[in-house]
Design a protein around this ligand. Structure first.
Ligand code: AMP
Ligand code: MG
Length: 423
């Protein structure tokens, strides 16, 4: 990995701190510092959901494999359809899915056919059964409203043999796995998962099960981080809690960088007396940048630790989640796929006025929904303190207030980044 020493652009991005990066500059710097993983492994198709293809997938087959009927009905030759009026036909055979009809269909003849059955010799058109009159003698009547070739699925019309179905770098979805199964793939070559080591820092942190003393808190960041890393589909190495001591941090940093591609810490990146993360990173590795003009999440230390990429996330529980989602998650995706994902951003009307000073990017935890007229509206999910993690549970989106925004009035249109596709 090559590290880029980022000299923040002195700009009006953050009036109070002209040396911090904008959100966009931070993303660019992170991306520039990463080299996508090339290692590969073979996995069974059932274990491939969310994995990233290591090579192009070339179809060994046509899908569908044979030209077949898209309807239950009657197959015949288009040249034999009546130009006008109605014509009678003899039914010479029945074609079922998975079976081949040997008899050739001649003039004045048709074949009773079921959906998916291969088209019998001499036929190229299917008339759906609802449009056919069946006579008492078993013969059928067909009128003149039909098109040549209708209701027929051509061999290879979905996927042609030899075509590239999915390119290397694709993150496999449920639909992709269905497509690959339809082509007979039992195993796939995928990229190795990134290995991510993480730990919390702070003398005040206690483990679940311990009794809390004065001023102590349970370590919640490790659980939200663990959950987000699980969603990101990486190999997770949980290194626990590390005290606010230079030597303890140094030891943890060294161990983490020995085992992981990416090291994530939370806490200890501000300018408090017990905030040593930056100092230890500078000693053992290299710092690229450490402040972003955003709220929450302003102190985020990014850099390199031996061969690992280092993210020193803030300690506040909301800031941990936000900075992970905005920077770490796309970075992990980029590492494994070579593509930096773009967040989905939509527009909605704000239900209330939102105060803001220009100079930094604000991510307001919001609740997005439809009003009685079916319009998308959004409002804040309660108090916005960066320690108030319940606001994150209540929220289903971020309201994005860009650097230059000086507040919005109720009813204004704002940009919104939904957490998921359902509101
Ligand atoms: P720091 O940046 O280390 O000063 O932490 C900022 C705030 O976040 C403090 O109130 C910490 O107690 C809190 N905090 C830090 N780490 C954690 C954690 N792992 N779980 C819960 N709260 C934390
Ligand atoms: Mg701390």
């Amino acid at each position: 990995m090559s590290i880029v020493k980022v000299t923040p652009q002195p700009s009006c991005a953050d009036a109070s701190d002209p040396l911090s990066l904008t959100v966009e500059q931070a993303r660019t710097a992170i991306r520039a510092a990463l080299t996508p993983i090339r290692d590969q492994e073979q996995v069974a198709i059932r274990s491939a959901l969310g994995r990233v293809l290591a090579e192009d997938c070339i179809s060994p087959l046509n899908v569908p494999g044979h030209t077949n009927s898209a309807m239950d009905g009657y197959a015949l030759s288009a040249t034999d359809l009546p130009r006008d009026g109605v014509r009678e036909y003899a039914v010479i055979a029945t074609a079922l899915a998975g079976q081949k009809v040997a008899a050739r269909c001649a003039d004045g003849e048709c074949v009773r056919i079921m959906t998916g059955a291969p088209m019998p010799p001499g036929t190229d058109t299917v008339v759906m059964q609802e449009q056919v009159e069946v006579l008492d003698n078993g013969r059928v009547r067909i009128d003149s409203r039909h098109r040549a070739g209708q209701n027929v699925r051509r061999a290879g019309e979905d996927i042609a043999q030899g075509a590239c179905v999915f390119e290397a770098g694709r993150v496999l979805t449920a639909a992709d796995l269905g497509v690959l199964a339809s082509l007979g793939f039992g195993e796939l070559r995928v990229r190795r998962k990134p290995r991510v080591a993480f730990f919390s820092t702070g003398d005040e942190l206690r483990s679940i099960g311990d009794t809390l003393g004065e001023g102590q808190v349970y370590d919640s960041n490790r659980y939200s981080l663990h959950a987000m890393l699980s969603e990101a589909g990486v190999d997770i190495i949980d290194l626990g809690v590390v005290r606010d001591e230079r030597s303890a941090l140094q030891e943890a940093f060294s161990e983490a960088s020995r085992v992981a591609d990416v090291v994530i810490t939370s806490g200890g990146v501000s300018v408090g007396e017990a905030d040593f993360t930056k100092e230890v990173l500078a000693r053992l590795g290299e710092i690229s940048f450490w402040t972003i003009a955003m709220k929450p999440g302003r102190p985020l230390t990014f850099g390199r630790l031996a061969q690992s990429t280092f993210f020193g996330l803030p300690g506040n529980p909301v800031a941990v989640m936000l900075t992970f989602q905005q920077f770490v998650q796309p970075a992990l995706r980029y590492l494994v796929s070579g593509r930096w994902p773009q967040p989905l951003v939509i527009e909605a009307r704000t239900r209330v006025a939102l105060k803001k000073r220009p100079g930094r990017f604000e991510f307001v935890r919001g609740i997005l929904g439809y009003d009685d007229d079916g319009r998308l509206t959004v409002g804040p999910a309660g108090p916005q303190g960066s320690g108030i993690l319940t606001s994150m549970s209540r929220a289903n989106c971020y309201i994005l207030l860009a650097e230059d925004c000086a507040g919005v009035a109720a009813g204004d249109t704002v940009s919104v980044q939904p957490f998921a596709t359902l509101v």
